[in-house]
Design a protein around this ligand. Sequence first.
Ligand SMILES: NC(=O)c1ccc[n+]([C@@H]2O[C@H](COP(=O)([O-])OP(=O)(O)OC[C@H]3O[C@@H](n4cnc5c(N)ncnc54)[C@H](OP(=O)(O)O)[C@@H]3O)[C@@H](O)[C@H]2O)c1
Length: 426
Amino acid sequence: MAHKAIQVMGFNAANPVLVCQVATVQTPKPGPDEVLLKILCRPVNPSDVVSLMGIYPGDYKFPYVPGFEGMGKIHKVGANVSGLSVGQRVFHTGPGGTWQEFMVTSPRNLTLVPDSISDEVAAQYYVNPWTAYAMLQTLKVPEGEYVLQTAAASVLGRMFIQIARHQGIKTINLVRRNEQKEELKALGADVVINFKEENVLEIVREVTKGRMVYGATDCLGGKTTKLVSTTVRDEGTILVYGLLDGEDISANPPDVIFRHVRVRGFHLTRWIAKLGVPEQKKLGAKIWELLEKKVITPLTGEKLPLEKIQEAIVKSQVAIWFLSYDASAQRDPVADGNVTYLDARVRRENFVELLDEIFVEPDVLAHWLIVGRHHCSVPQRVVIADDSTDLDELHYSLVIVEIVVLVGINKNEIEEAMVLVLRVQR
Ligand SMILES: NC(=O)c1ccc[n+]([C@@H]2O[C@H](COP(=O)([O-])OP(=O)(O)OC[C@H]3O[C@@H](n4cnc5c(N)ncnc54)[C@H](OP(=O)(O)O)[C@@H]3O)[C@@H](O)[C@H]2O)c1
C-alpha cells in the first residue's frame, strides 16, 4: 500500500511554502507495540510554518514530514496494543508529522476523540487550547481581575477570551482591525482596543480604575511588548509566546526597573514537560470538556486536500496591507511606520471591495500593495510596477514578503495583479 505525504528535504527561512513537496511513499506496517493511523484532518499552525523555516527547536531528519497535530482513525493495531481498536477516532501529537495520509505511531501519542467533537475541532485539540489555558494558569489571574492580550483575534486569542470568561477573568484585547471588535465581544471579550489607532494606556487606566492589568500575554514582540509593559500592574508578568511583529522583545525600562514588571517567555512544550503525567492527563480531560461544552469554539477555516498544502499554508498566514502613497515623496512607507492594514486574509471578493475603498482619492500617485506574512514583519523585496509593466510577467511569490508599488495602474489592472499575487509559486 502507498500513500501521499508532504516531504521536506531542507528548510527555507524566506520561502517556507516551497519546501513542501507531495510525495507518494510506501505505507509502513505497525510494529507489535504500534498502530497505523489514517489521518483525516490536520491544521496549519504558525509553529508548523516556523518549523519549515528551520527556526523551530527540534531534532529534524530529512525527509521531514511536518505537522505537529492532527486527528484520524485507527487503521491497524499492533499485536501487543491494548485499549485501542480499528476505526476509533483519535487525536495525535508527538514524534512524526501529521501532514501525510497514514502514519505509524505509538499509542502514547494518541488520545480518543469524544463523539460529539467534529474532525476539524479535534484536529486542533492541543497547540492552541492547551497554550491558552496554560498561560492563564501561569499568570494566576484572580477572578474579577483584568488580563491583557495582543493579537487577540488569532485562533489562540479567541480561545483565551473564552477560557478567561469561563473562569471569571476579564480580558482587554488588542487588535489592529476595527471589524474584529464586535466579533471578539460576541465571544466574551470585555474590552477590545485597536492598538494602531487608540490610546491603549489611557483606556487600560480608565477601565481598570488605575489598578492596571494583573498580567498580559503577547505574541507580537518588538515595540508592542514595550507598550504592553506600561499597562501591567507593579510586579505583574507579561508572557511573550510568539514574535509575529518583531525580531526582538523590548520593554519600558521604568516599568521593569522601578515597578518590577517581568517579561518572560512561554513555550507550551517546556511548560508541559514540567507538569508531570497525572496533571497532563487532568488538563487533557479538561480541554475535551471545554470543547464538548463549547466553552472553547476553535475557529475552523477552509478545508483543503493534502495535495494543496502550499495553498493552505499561504491562506493560513497571508495578510495584505495597502497604502495610498505619494510616490514623488520617494520615501519608504514601512520605514515611516505608515502602513494601513486593511484585510487579514487574501480573498478575492474582499480585495475587489477594498479597491473601491482605496480608490477614493484619484490624485494619489501610487498605491503600495504590501503582501505580508504573519511571521515576518519586514518586507524582503520591493517590486515596482508602472504602466509599462506587463502584469503577466510579474511573478510574485506570496510567501516572500514583498512590497509591490503600483504606479499609475488602474483599478482593473490592480485586480489582475492581485490574481497573480494569489498564484503560489511552484
Ligand atoms: N509559545 C507557544 O507555546 C505557542 C503555542 C501556540 C501558539 N503560539 C503562537 O501563538 C501565536 C498565535 O497563533 P495562532 O495559530 O492563533 O495564529 P493565527 O490564528 O494565525 O493569528 C495570528 C494573529 O496575529 C495577528 N498578527 C499577525 N501579525 C501581526 C502584526 N504584525 N501586528 C499585529 N497583529 C498581527 C493577526 O491579525 P489579523 O487578524 O489582523 O490578521 C492574527 O489575528 C503565533 O505566534 C504562534 O506561534 C505559541
